[in-house]
Write a new protein. Structure first.
Lengths: 112, 184
């Protein structure tokens, strides 16, 4: 079913492509995607341009204890920021440990 | 798919079975609300020896009095499918087994009818309720409601002087939450 033809094993976030638009979280039937973001003013605008802001992703987490691997998020993402990967998700010892944080915290991400 | 009238349902299935389609595959139900005011019962039988195309029968029963004859006398295995449809859609299978199959004995409601509100979802924080650029569930100007929960003006915070919402209006909430595609 997935457009890439890969098996439904793990979903990867391609962080630079994500615009925090919330579409995947809203389309997810099992409510397993959590997104936190904030807005920042865009710098180096041409002189005279009106102020603009952009969304900055702070947190992107998939709760694998809720995910049913339907792939609707992968299909719906308009920026192709989610993709199937042919690797199994990590097992855990509790349902909390199945919440996977996918976005790097800004301090670890280097220059943004 | 062959459409069958409710009064011809049992006879049609019986004739198919006599015709070699003696393997019951499955029976299901579709809530047609928004298109037509009925439930569609679907049944599939196969002929394993000839390997012919499976035959699919469908029968529409009105939503306000959904009843149809049981085929469990012809195919005992259809009994479980019928009991599942009976408790999830509230369809009565006349002459069939009336015991519950999946739901708790105390459960009220018919959860697969599209006008059945997913009330538990109103009490939980929906991850999609946040707007881009938000990090917490702040009280913003307009709350988005998750799929399966109608807008508060339709259900939940409805004007008490108004009559209860139309089932078709509630069923529209089953559509995804991003943009409620309102039918015109």
């Amino acid at each position: 079913m997935s457009s890439s033809g890969q098996s439904h094993r793990w979903i990867r976030l391609i962080e630079p492509a994500c615009t925090s638009c919330m579409i995947c979280a809203r389309e997810c039937p099992s409510w397993c995607i959590s997104i936190d973001s904030h807005t920042e003013p865009v710098e180096d605008l041409p002189p005279g341009a009106r102020d603009r802001t952009r969304n900055v992703l702070d947190r992107f987490a998939i709760d694998w204890s809720l995910c049913m691997y339907c792939g609707i998020c992968v299909e719906e993402c308009p920026y192709d920021a989610l993709e199937w990967v042919d690797v199994l998700t990590q097992p855990g010892t509790s349902s909390d440990s199945l919440v996977e944080e996918m976005a790097q915290p800004p301090e670890d991400a280097g220059l943004r | 798919m062959t459409d069958v009238l409710p009064q011809d349902w049992l006879a049609t299935v019986e004739a198919l079975r006599a015709d070699g389609f003696d393997y019951f595959d499955w029976l299901g139900c579709v809530d047609e609300i928004g298109r037509r005011d009925c439930f569609r019962i679907v049944l599939v039988v196969r002929d394993l020896e000839q390997g012919a195309e499976p035959r699919m029968l469908s029968c529409s029963v009105p939503r306000d009095d959904p009843r149809i004859e049981t085929v469990s006398g012809l195919f005992a295995g259809a009994g479980w499918h019928e009991r599942e449809v009976a408790e999830l859609f509230g369809v009565e299978f006349v002459g069939g087994e009336r015991r519950r199959l999946l739901l708790n004995p105390g459960f009220e409601g018919t959860p697969l009818r599209k006008d059945d509100v997913l009330a538990a979802r109103t009490a939980m924080n929906w991850p999609g309720a946040k707007e881009p650029g938000e990090a917490d569930f702040s009280a913003s100007r307009r709350r988005m409601v998750p799929p399966g929960v109608p807008e508060p003006v339709v259900w939940g915070d409805r004007d008490p002087s108004q009559p209860p919402a139309d089932p078709a209006e509630i069923a529209e909430s089953a559509v995804a939450g991003r943009v409620r595609r309102r039918r015109t």
